[in-house]
Design a binder for this molecule. Sequence first.
Ligand code: FES
Length: 320
Amino acid sequence: MHTLKLIVREVRQESPLIRSFRLESADGGVLPAYSPGAHIKVQVPGLHDPRNYSLINTGSEPFGAPAQYRLGVRLEENSQGGSRYMHALKVGEVITAQGPANEFPLADHPGSTVLIAGGIGITPIASMAASLASKGSHYTLHYSGRSRSQLAFVDALRALAGDRLVIHADDDPDSAFHLDALLDAAPAGEHVYVCGPKGLIDAVIAGAKARDWDSRRVHFELFTAAVPQAGDGAFEVDLKQSGKVFTIPADKTILEVLEEAGCDPMYDCKRGECGVCQATVLEGTPDHRDYYLSEAEKAKGNVIQICVSRAKSGRLVLDL
Ligand code: FES
C-alpha cells in the first residue's frame, strides 16, 4: 500500500448526512490505480486506527492512473471521530491515507450482476456499476435508503446507469425493495454484490442460501463494526498463554477489551470478514457473528473471530 498525501479540492453536500470529497495528490501528478470496491485508509488525528472509506467512481474518472479520488462519507450519529473529522475538512487541507486496497473486488465471472446498496454502501457499489458499464456487462443497480432525500449521488448514478438504476425509499411504499422477488428472478449463475447495513447483508446471504446458491455468487462488504444485540450479556475470557482473565461487558468486543488492557491482538477489518483476528478456542462455546467462517467451521466451535463474536457459555478459554 502507498502512503498518500491528499489535498482536498472540493467538498460537496450530497444529502443531509453525506458529503463527498474530491482529493488530489498534494505533490501533484496522478494517483495510484485502484479497482472497483477499493478503499483508502484515512488517518484521523487522535484515533489509533485509520478509517476506511471506499473510493466512489460514477464513470467520470479512469480507475488506472486517476488524477483524483472521490470519497463519500456519512456523518455518523455515534461517530468515534472519523466521520466528524471528515465532515470538518475544508478545501485546501491535506490528509494522510494509505492505500488503495480492495477487500470487495468484482469477481471475474460470466453472466449478469446484481448490485445492491443500502445508504452509504453506495460508494463501492457505484464504482462497480461504472466498471461494469465501461465493459458493456449486464447489471442492475438497486439503491435503497430511509427516504429519497437521504440518497446521495442519484443524478450521477442515473446518468451512469439509466434504467438499470432502481431506487427504493422506505418512505415511498411504491418503491419498496422486494428482495425475495429479485432473487427468485435472478438468472442461473448471476452474482450479487451487496454493501450497506448488517440487516441488508444478512437478508441477502440468507435469501441466497435458502435458494441453494453457491456462496461464491454472493459478495458483500459490511459498513459497520460489531453491533450489540438484544440479550447480549457479559462473559469471561481466559487467555491460556498469558494467564490473564478479562470480563467482556455486553457493549464491548473481546478485541476492544484486550486492546484497552494493553494487549496487542492482531486484527484488520474489525467487521468479522477477514479472519485476521481469529483465535483458537480451548474451552467454552463461541457465539459466532462473523462472515468469515463457514457454517461447518462455526459448528465445530474451535476458533473464534474476536472482533465480533461473543460467547454462549459464561467463559471462553482462548489460546492467546
Ligand atoms: S479483524 Fe477481520 S475478522 Fe476480525
